[in-house]
Design a protein around this ligand. Structure first.
Ligand code: N01
Length: 493
C-alpha cells in the first residue's frame, strides 16, 4: 500500500543540492507535499557534498550565496568554507522538515516520458520504479568532471585524482605531485598541496585573472546582531548583490569599464610574485572576465617556494611515472591532481532523460545545450530544469538564478492546477526565439570577443550555452510570471 503511494508522485526532483533543496522547500511552502527528492550520493548538498578537495570554499559571499527565504545569520566568514555551506544545506532539511521527502543513495538511472501515461517514468539504481507528473532536473551545471584527453594518462602508474572526486585518504606528504590546471579549483587546493608535497609541478595552460580575496571573519557580535535584526542581514545581502551586478556592463558592453579590476589584478600579481619572469608567465593576455575571474590570496605566493615549479609548456604525454612537456622536459611524479574542471557544455549524461519519442536529452544537445529560459525544453513535457543552459553567472550568485527558476516552476504548477492541464511543453518557436535573443546578446561580449577560450563556450560551435548574458534582475523579471502563450498544453480527460 505504502509502496503504491510513494511510487506515484506529483513532482520528482533529481538532485539534492541548492536547486533540489530550494525546490523542495518552496513546494512545501506552496502546499505541495506529494514530491520526492532523489539524490545519488549519501547526503544532501550537491556540489558541496561532492567537492571535498582541501581549501574548497565559495567565491561568492555567503550572505548572498544562500537562499533569501532561508537566511543564515551565523556565517562565520565572508566567504564560507565548503564545510559551512554543507552544514547550512543540511540544516535546511530539519528547518523545513524535508526529511520524509528526500531519498539519498537513490540515483535515478533513467527518466523517460511516457506518452501513454502522460507521466515521467523513473528507474532508480536499485531497480525501483517511480512515476511523476512533473520532473525537476536539479542536476547542477558543473557536476560532471572533465578528464583531460592527454596521451598516456591511462598508463600512469601512480595515483590520479580529479579535484571533484577527491580521495580523502590521499597521501601527499613526501610525494612528487603534479597539478594540471590553474582554474578556480586549482587556486584553492594548490596552497594546501604545496604545504605537504615534497615537490609540486603546476601545469598552467592559460593564466587567469586573479583578484585579492577580500575574506574576513564575521565576529560573534555581528552574527548576534543579524539574529536580532534580520533586516540588517538583508541589507548586507542587498549591498553584495548590487555591487556584484555593477560588473555586468564591463562584461557585456565595454571591457574598458573593468579598468579598476585590471589594475587591482596586476597590482596583486606584482605584490605577490617577486620574480619578474614568473610574473610575466602568470599574466593573462585576454580581457578580464572572458574566463571566470578568480579570487585568491595564497596562490601566487606558492611560487616563491623552492619545491614548486610553474610549467607553462604544454603536456606532450604522460608515462607510468612522469610527465613530459612539449619542450621535451620529463618530470618524475608520484601523484597527479587533475584540476581540469567540468563538462559544462555537456551537463546531462546520455541515457538519463528521454522525452517525446524517446529523444535523449544528452544526445540531442550534442552541439550544446539549449532551453527556454534555461528551464523548459521543447519535446520534454512537464520537465523543468534548474541551472539549465545559459543560467550560470560570471559576476553574481547562481542562487539568485535558482530562486527565479523555482518561482517560475511554482507559477507553472499553479497554472496547470487552475486550468486542469495535464501537460505543458514549451513551443519550439519560443525556445528558438529565446536562443536567438541569447545569441544576439552574446555578440561582442567579453565571453565571445574577449580573446580567450573558456569552458563557457562549446568547443566546436563556439556558442556560449552556459552563461546568462545580463543582470540577474533581468533574468528574474523574465521569469517573474508563467507565460502559457509559449507552451502547448493538454487538458485532463
Ligand atoms: O575548472 P576550470 P575549475 N591540459 O575549467 C586546465 C566553479 N568553482 O574546476 O584555462 C592542461 O576553471 C584549464 O586550462 P585552460 C566555478 O564556476 C567554483 O577550476 O582551459 N590543462 C584550466 O586551467 C569555476 O569557474 C568554486 O587553458 C588543462 C583548468 O584546467 C568552475 O567551477 C570553486 C587541460 C580547469 O579550470 C570550474 O572551475 C571551484 C588539459 N588537457 C570551482 N584541460 C567556488 O568558489 C583543462 N585544463 C564557487
Amino acid at each position: 500500500m505504502s509502496r503504491q503511494r510513494t511510487s506515484d508522485l506529483e513532482v520528482a526532483i533529481i538532485g539534492a543540492g541548492f536547486g533540489g533543496l530550494g525546490t523542495a522547500i518552496q513546494l512545501k511552502q506552496h502546499g505541495i507535499e506529494d514530491f520526492l527528492v532523489f539524490e545519488k550520493t549519501a547526503g544532501v548538498g550537491g556540489t558541496w557534498w561532492v567537492n571535498r578537495y582541501p581549501g574548497c570554499a565559495c567565491d561568492v559571499p555567503s550572505h548572498l550565496y544562500s537562499f533569501s527565504f532561508a537566511p543564515n545569520p551565523d556565517w562565520t566568514r565572508r566567504y564560507a568554507p565548503r564545510t559551512e555551506i554543507q552544514a547550512y544545506l543540511e540544516s535546511l532539511v530539519d528547518r523545513f522538515r524535508l526529511e520524509a521527502h528526500i531519498r539519498v543513495r537513490t540515483g535515478i538511472t533513467q527518466a523517460t516520458w511516457s506518452e501513454r501515461e502522460q507521466r515521467w517514468q523513473l528507474n532508480d539504481a536499485s531497480g525501483r520504479k517511480w512515476r511523476a507528473r512533473v520532473l525537476v532536473a536539479a542536476l547542477g551545471g558543473l557536476s560532471r568532471p572533465a578528464w583531460p584527453d592527454i596521451p598516456g594518462l591511462d598508463d600512469f602508474a601512480g595515483e590520479i585524482v580529479h579535484s571533484q572526486q577527491w580521495n580523502e585518504n590521499l597521501k601527499l606528504a613526501g610525494r612528487r605531485v603534479a597539478v594540471i590546471g590553474t582554474g578556480a579549483s586549482a587556486v584553492q587546493l594548490v596552497p594546501h598541496v604545496a604545504r605537504e608535497a615534497k615537490r609540486l609541478d603546476i601545469y598552467q595552460r592559460t593564466p587567469n585573472w586573479i583578484l585579492p580575496r577580500p575574506d574576513r571573519a564575521i565576529g560573534p557580535r555581528r552574527r548576534a546582531l543579524y539574529r536580532r535584526q534580520p533586516w540588517l542581514q538583508k541589507l548586507a545581502r542587498f549591498g553584495i548583490w548590487a555591487i556584484s551586478e555593477l560588473r555586468v556592463p564591463a562584461f557585456l558592453w565595454s571591457n574598458r569599464l573593468a579598468a579598476g579590476h585590471r589594475w587591482l589584478a596586476h597590482r596583486h600579481r606584482r605584490r605577490q610574485v617577486r620574480d619578474p619572469e614568473l610574473r610575466e608567465q602568470l599574466k593573462p593576455d585576454y580581457d578580464i572576465g572572458c574566463k571566470r575571474v578568480l579570487l585568491a590570496n595564497d596562490f601566487y605566493p606558492v611560487f616563491d617556494q623552492r619545491h614548486v615549479e610553474l610549467v607553462t609548456d604544454g603536456i606532450a604525454r604522460i608515462g607510468p611515472d612522469a610527465i613530459t612537456d612539449t619542450g621535451g622536459q620529463r618530470r618524475v611524479v608520484d601523484t597527479i591532481i587533475l584540476a581540469t574542471g567540468f563538462k559544462a557544455v555537456d551537463p546531462v549524461p546520455e541515457g538519463l532523460i528521454a522525452g517525446r519519442g524517446g529523444c535523449d536529452l544528452g544526445k540531442c544537445w550534442h552541439s550544446g545545450p539549449e532551453a527556454y529560459k534555461g528551464t523548459a525544453v521543447a519535446g520534454f513535457p512537464n520537465l523543468f530544469m534548474l541551472l539549465g543552459p545559459n543560467t550560470a553567472l560570471g559576476h553574481n550568485s547562481v542562487v539568485m538564478m535558482i530562486e527565479s527558476q523555482i518561482r517560475y516552476l511554482l507559477a507553472a504548477l499553479d497554472h496547470m492546477r487552475a486550468h486542469g492541464i495535464e501537460t505543458l511543453e514549451v513551443r519550439a518557436e519560443a525556445q528558438q526565439r529565446w536562443n536567438d535573443m541569447l545569441a544576439r546578446r552574446m555578440e561582442g561580449t567579453v565571453w565571445t570577443a574577449g580573446g580567450c577560450q573558456s569552458w563557457y563556450l562549446h568547443p566546436e560551435t563556439g556558442r556560449n550555452s552556459t552563461l546568462w548574458p545580463g543582470f540577474t534582475l533581468g533574468f528574474r523579471q523574465r521569469l517573474s510570471r508563467f507565460d502559457p502563450e509559449h507552451y502547448l498544453a493538454t487538458k485532463s480527460a
